[in-house]
Design a binder for this molecule. Structure first.
Ligand code: NAD
Length: 250
């Protein structure tokens, strides 16, 4: 049902973004991938989906501008690229703070402000922002991440209201813990910050948050993104969709 629609998915060479890109592509959307990674792996993802790829570094607003200009009119914008750093606030490296706010929050503003013009003109558009359970609640040692994701929630609600009468919706998807390289990467720092073993971090920190005791699967997030693109979701806007095994219900 997405034949003829063009979707840009940021941070889609890995993890959740890749699953969303695959889900949109399987519904017929023309997909533009973005993110870093091995050239030949990215080339094979492009072949698999008939997609193109932008190597834009979203920490650089001029790279974003060039990516948006190359992309042309976007019908579906998925702001998904994100990064994490785990550290007590008094030791939190300033450059990490700036990078996390830059990628997780400011880049969402930059892509959106470019994409909205064309969506308004067409009278149809979908903006889907991968936020996090940490857009609704907090865990210690993730000050920049939690601030950025709460910011994404506030930004999404604001543009949903600005665009409410234009046929363009804006929503957040807020996963709990999904097994991707981003989670894998934070395990050593969490072990250090909390003085725990790897198994204790997985069971007593990560899965302890999720009443289902299961990691969320990337393809489940892809399916939710597809739903938000349906015509039946035209009145779903300004919402923040939890997919977190019950975490934020507690
Ligand atoms: P991931 O590390 O697997 O993928 C991140 C993607 O972003 C990759 O494609 C990477 O190349 C790209 N990227 C990183 N820096 C970039 C930059 N400067 N410019 C352009 N692209 C860049 O991560 P993931 O777990 O799939 O996370 C995707 C999103 O989901 C993030 O916003 C993350 O905060 C959010 N999230 C993840 C989880 C989880 O448990 N994994 C939970 C909640 C929210």
């Amino acid at each position: 049902f997405l034949q003829g629609k063009r979707a840009l998915v940021t941070g889609s060479t890995s993890g959740i973004g890749l699953a969303i890109a695959r889900a949109l592509s399987s519904e017929g959307a023309e997909v533009i991938l973005n993110g870093f990674g091995d050239r030949s792996e990215i080339a094979s993802l492009c072949d698999e989906m008939g997609a193109t790829h932008s190597a834009a570094n979203l920490l650089d607003p001029s790279d974003i501008e060039a990516m948006m200009a190359d992309a042309g009119e976007i019908d579906i914008l998925v702001n998904n690229a994100g990064m994490q750093h785990v550290s007590p606030v008094e030791e939190f490296p300033q450059d990490k703070w700036d990078a996390i706010i830059g990628l997780n929050l400011s880049a969402v503003f930059h892509t959106t402000r470019h994409a909205v013009l064309g969506m308004r003109a067409k009278g149809w558009g979908r903006i889907i922002n991968t936020a996090s359970a940490h857009s609704k609640t907090a865990s210690p040692f993730k000050s920049a991440y939690n601030a950025s994701k709460h910011g994404v929630d506030g930004f999404t609600k604001t543009i949903a209201l600005e665009l409410a009468q234009t046929g363009v919706t804006a929503n957040c998807i807020s996963p709990g813990y999904v097994w991707t390289p981003l989670i894998e990467g934070q395990i050593p720092d969490t072990m250090k910050a909390r003085g725990l073993s790897r198994e204790e971090v997985i069971n007593d920190v990560l899965l302890a948050k999720q009443p289902t005791k299961k990691f969320v699967q990337p393809h489940e997030i892809g399916a939710l993104a597809v739903f938000l693109c349906r015509e039946e979701a035209g009145n779903v806007t300004g919402a923040n969709w939890s997919i977190d095994g019950g975490w934020t219900a507690e």
